[in-house]
Ligand binder design. Sequence first.
Ligand code: GLV
Ligand code: MN
Ligand code: MN
Length: 415
Amino acid sequence: MNITDLRINGDRLKNTLETMAKIGATPGGGVQRLTLSDEDKKARDLFVEWLEELRLKITIDEMGNIFGQRGGKNNDLPPVMSGSHIDSQPKGGRFDGILGVMGPLEVMRTLHENNIQTERPVVIVNWTNEEGSRFAPAMVASGVWTGVLDRDWVYQRTDINGKKFVDELERIGYKGKASAKKRPLHAYYEYHIEQGPILQREGKVIGAPKGILCLHWYDIYLEGEANQVGPTPMEGRHDALCAAAEMILKVDHLPEKMGGNMVATVGEIQNAPNSRNIIPDKVHFTVDIRSWDDELALDAWDNLKADFKSIAGRRGCPIRIEETWRVEHSPFAERLVQRVLNTAKELGYPSLRMVSGAGHDASYMNQIAPTSMIFVPSIDGRSHVEVEKTTWEDCEAGANVLLHSILKSASETGD
Ligand code: GLV
Ligand code: MN
Ligand code: MN
């Protein structure tokens, strides 16, 4: 068979995704597989079982990252790597992340059953805690692996119940022995759903992002004065939740104030004591700012921070700000972006050059290896929700583009 005629098995990919979607399935049709939870462990165990069936060389590192390597003709050459994440958002979708792990698994299965020997090794990876919704920030394990984040800082991060990342990693049995340390790679491809509306709107099947927006995360802690709501007059109150409410609207107005090319969101809030008849005295909320323009995002933050301080002062609510995490915008390797577009064309899929508004491990991988991504449409642009959906046909198309992009990179003998 001519290698250009090789295709992945769409039915098998669908079955694999459906099997995974049962782990942590939610009544609304989504999944909840929070990082380092029992559901995450169960899905990892199944993933490792599938890697073993292919007799891949499996490595689990100290961040819980799982690698499966398929040898090439020349194992001294840096490999081609592809992967994403098994963890999900709370009440998340059945495609975010997992498609980018099951996609390369399907590629491996296709290479195996057709006895294809690549020049370079090919490695599949599941990165721990891409989502950052249980333990902030996101993409921490690729962050440590690439040498950008400190392992012990990540180990000490806590969830909302005070549980530590490292303890949960140990509890589920995925604190491996290998050090989480980068190795030379020839190329990194991440396959993912778009998570936005553009491909569907434009009638395209494959998206090739030229890169990912910058991502800035902040945590705001406010203190007020708790009191009985009935007898306490309105004047003289120090209501931490009202201070937060004013601040949250400042976040919502920020992109317009700064002149666009930016999104800003408050997605998480905790209010204490959270009783209808006590004035709130402790509030925590998050701020997420993204843009292609890192400077604009930083200026926006300075502007916002000044507003926060003035609101806190006026309301007599002391404020503490944690500048939790920043990842710069990531322009991908143009050669690999072109490769994705060309491969889509060769396979007959209409494609589009675009930008990724969602964060991905590809952001960190881009700092150490030539990187690009393959997107497929999200129906009605919905993602991080239970109704998240991509057609099986599009899942198959993206996996075929992944297969041939990997094959091209894995056949290169030079740099
Ligand atoms: C990752 O899921 C993100 O927040 O974009
Ligand atoms: Mn994802
Ligand atoms: Mn996500």
